[in-house]
Design a protein around this ligand. Sequence first.
Ligand SMILES: Nc1ncnc2c1ncn2[C@@H]1O[C@H](COP(=O)(O)OP(=O)(O)OP(=O)(O)O)[C@@H](O)[C@H]1O
Ligand SMILES: [Mg+2]
Length: 336
Amino acid sequence: MGKVIAIANQKGGVGKTTSAINLAASLAATEYSTLLIDTDPQANCTSGIGLEQKKVDGSIYEVLIGEVDADDAVLSTEIPFLDVIPSHINLVGAEIEMIDVMERERILSTALQRVRRKYDFIVIDCPPSLGLLTLNSLTASNSVLIPVQAEYFALEGLGQLLNTIKIVRQHLNPDLEVEGVLLTMFDTRLRLSNQVASEVRRYFGDKVFDTIVQRNVRLSEAPSFGKPVILYDASSKGARNYMALAREILNNNPRYVDDPPAQHDPDSTPAIETSSRSSSDKNGLSGAIAGSPSKTPPDAAPSGTDGSSDADRTDEDAGDEAETEDSATSTSGVSL
Ligand SMILES: Nc1ncnc2c1ncn2[C@@H]1O[C@H](COP(=O)(O)OP(=O)(O)OP(=O)(O)O)[C@@H](O)[C@H]1O
Ligand SMILES: [Mg+2]
């Protein structure tokens, strides 16, 4: 039985979709059979992995309203070991359509029961809200990964998310763990990024991943080519960061990793035409995580990097971090 990881933060633009696509692709690259599920009506994950919304017959929308079995909504991608259940703009109406359904928070969990046996990992990209779609994802998951952008007000609103996790544990999914807090869009040259990182580590302690995802232009370019960054530019800082995250998660989950990998039959799922397209991508705390088991010590990347030092920085990386340090910035605006 595979591990289901929801990627959630109701705050918009913090790197949920980027993390979902690239974590799933990195797990698949290490030959763990992985399913990526897009539960956001924006469908950025779907297009970012190279699927055209209009060519999708059965999406997570049809799964949630009971028209299609999850098995039948699974599509293969150009990456071996990586399948996807796409989203569709129709999903905007799903929360209203689900409102009268019995046990409406458990619809996804029930729908995934059969399909989860086929995968080692299932990664769910959540929308930027704490509505019924996110509740369904949290209820269906073993753990939640929380991306936090290394920016002003990074921690704002996290209390609401952690409170939601607590409520889900109490009423819907007692075993839900926090997989980890992931710092994203980190700029090594900005004092602010370092201050936010310290602040996040102070609140979340060892729940913060050692791996930090740095700001990297390849990560923002890759979705417009419908590719995860490891296919778009495997040597980029972004690709290395997400591979390091995948390794850290594998190290933290010996129980799942030691299981024999799920059987993957690349012919068992229909492929959909992938496309290159023009760029259109857009842009009570401790109590809630206390129930999570602590991580086993990873032999993963050293704190703060993907294992590479600043000496590894390439011109490409330098270009990503073109902003200058503003010595006037402080974390005084960060609130919990
Ligand atoms: N590490 C990074 N370096 C550079 N750009 C990034 C990085 N991570 C994400 N981005 C860019 O930031 C924007 C927001 O990222 P993303 O779409 O992953 O966030 P999100 O949390 O899924 O947003 P939403 O809440 O709207 O679903 C995108 O344009 C993405 O390409
Ligand atoms: Mg998103």
